[in-house]
Design a protein around this ligand. Structure first.
Ligand code: 5GP
Length: 116
């Protein structure tokens, strides 16, 4: 399916909608998830326009993955989480609800179920 630039993350990237921004560089914007599955749930949103992993430019992926790794390490240290889940969904049947490529970094705390 084609990319639709009216999605909420595209609006946030254009500055048309607010967000709790954690980091921004030429490659990506990083923000807190509005409905966190755990304390510290963070979203990494590449700036390049792609619907999801299936139509993403490989250059975008190679630029953003080192950032995802750095954020995962920092997030684990800052939150004191016991682990970090990296999640990414492609198309509605797979759980995607916002159709601009993004990566979830979800801190996991032993004994605390996600969504609690
Ligand atoms: P997915 O498309 O991978 O299922 O998840 C989209 C994620 O974006 C969800 O975790 C949802 O809570 C989050 N989300 C949806 N709308 C907004 C928004 O306006 N601001 C922020 N910060 N997160 C959002």
């Amino acid at each position: 399916m084609a990319y639709d630039s009216t999605n909420i993350f595209a609006k946030i990237l254009r500055g048309e909608m607010p967000c709790h921004k954690v980091h921004e560089d030429d490659t990506a914007l990083v923000m807190m998830d509005i409905f966190p599955q755990s304390k510290g749930h963070t979203l990494v949103i590449p700036k390049a326009a792609s619907r999801n992993l299936l139509d993403a430019d490989p250059q975008t992926l190679s630029a953003v993955m080192p950032l995802v790794q750095r954020l995962a390490i920092a997030l684990k240290a800052v939150t004191g989480a016991d682990g970090i889940r990296l999640a990414q969904f492609n198309e509605a049947p797979a759980g995607q609800t916002v159709f601009h490529l993004h990566f979830h970094l979800i801190p996991v705390y032993e004994g605390v179920p996600l969504g609690a």
